[in-house]
Design a binder for this molecule. Structure first.
Ligand code: NCD
Length: 304
């Protein structure tokens, strides 16, 4: 394995994470109106290998690669030979054999990117593995916090909702604690993993209890596709206790920053007025995601 892989934030150093955020700052706006594309990744081929649905992440990696001059191949498991029984590793090896330098992978199984990193020569970037990690999402969340608040160290960040099934929560916990933020995870007892305190976070079970101390709230989507049934009484009940509503915004800190990884379920984790309101940085996060992925791809390609 080379350190060009980005499999998660758990084993990245604080310096490594800050360096990626610094590099991403330099990539903001590249390839958009008035800002020319760059050629950092000229001659590099990036393969997006997605075994799970994705809107933002897949488009974002593809655009980031193209705006730095790479060739991009897109693979989605539906409609592929996977239906004919080919294994995950064989599929990836065959794609790699077409001259691919960087593989971006999303998979429903935790550890899938690590498996590829052990079997491929290409650098591997984790675009979300099961309920394990989603490092580029956490990096773009941190870039948004750093740009809006001017720092990360010393801030209190609440991660709200389905912590148990959320790879975004896990990567945020690792990244934010390494950079010196205080992290509170807040959700129904059935959706907060037992022993999560060992990761250096505090646990709360009522959003109203933490509203006044959080500088940032990251509102996680209920992962309906990963749920066993019966983990919370009903969507309405969940929304009553954990949805970010206009009333809760008024009780929160006046400068509270609201993040959501998307896709959002309007009215479940966040009400429409709040999602589109002045505290929300949801679309800024998407923009920052492009810059973060450019920085990550450049590092993966060894073009730093
Ligand atoms: C997240 C994911 O897929 O883990 N979405 C994303 O990448 N923007 C979060 C989610 O699906 O809730």
């Amino acid at each position: 394995m080379t350190d060009r892989h980005l499999l998660g934030l758990e084993h990245q150093s604080a310096e490594g994470i800050s360096a990626l955020l610094d590099a991403a700052e330099g990539m903001l706006g590249v390839g958009t109106a008035g800002n020319p594309k760059r050629s950092d990744l000229a001659g590099i081929c990036v393969a997006n290998i997605f075994y799970e649905p994705s809107t933002r992440t897949r488009i974002s990696f593809g655009l980031a690669a193209r705006r730095l001059g790479a060739d991009v191949v897109d693979f989605t498991s539906s409609g592929s030979s996977v239906g004919k029984g080919e294994s995950f590793i064989d599929t990836a090896r065959n794609i790699e054999a077409m001259g691919v330098d960087v593989v971006v992978v999303r998979h429903a199984s935790a550890g899938a990117p690590h498996l590829l990193a052990n079997h491929l020569k290409a650098a591997v970037v984790n675009a979300g593995d099961g309920a394990h990690e989603h490092p580029t999402q956490a990096l773009l969340d941190m870039l948004t916090i750093r740009r809006r608040k001017g720092r990360i160290a010393g801030l209190t960040v609440g991660l709200v909702g389905d912590i148990l099934h959320s790879r975004v929560a896990r990567s945020n916990i690792h990244g934010l604690t390494k950079l010196g933020a205080k992290v509170i995870v807040c959700g129904p007892p059935t959706l907060v993993p037992a022993g999560v305190e060992s990761l250096g976070v505090r646990v709360a079970h009522r959003l109203d209890d933490i509203l006044q101390e959080c500088d940032v709230l990251n509102l996680l989507r209920i992962q309906f596709e990963r749920q066993r049934t019966g983990l919370f009484p009903s969507v309405n009940e969940y929304a009553r206790l954990f949805a970010m509503t206009g009333e809760r915004v008024r009780k929160a800190r006046p400068d509270v920053l609201l993040l959501a990884p998307g896709p959002i379920n309007r009215g479940v984790e966040i009400t429409p007025d709040v999602a589109d309101g002045p505290h929300s940085a949801i679309l800024e996060q998407v923009d920052h995601g492009l810059a973060v992925r450019m920085a990550v791809l450049r590092r993966a390609a060894g073009r730093n």
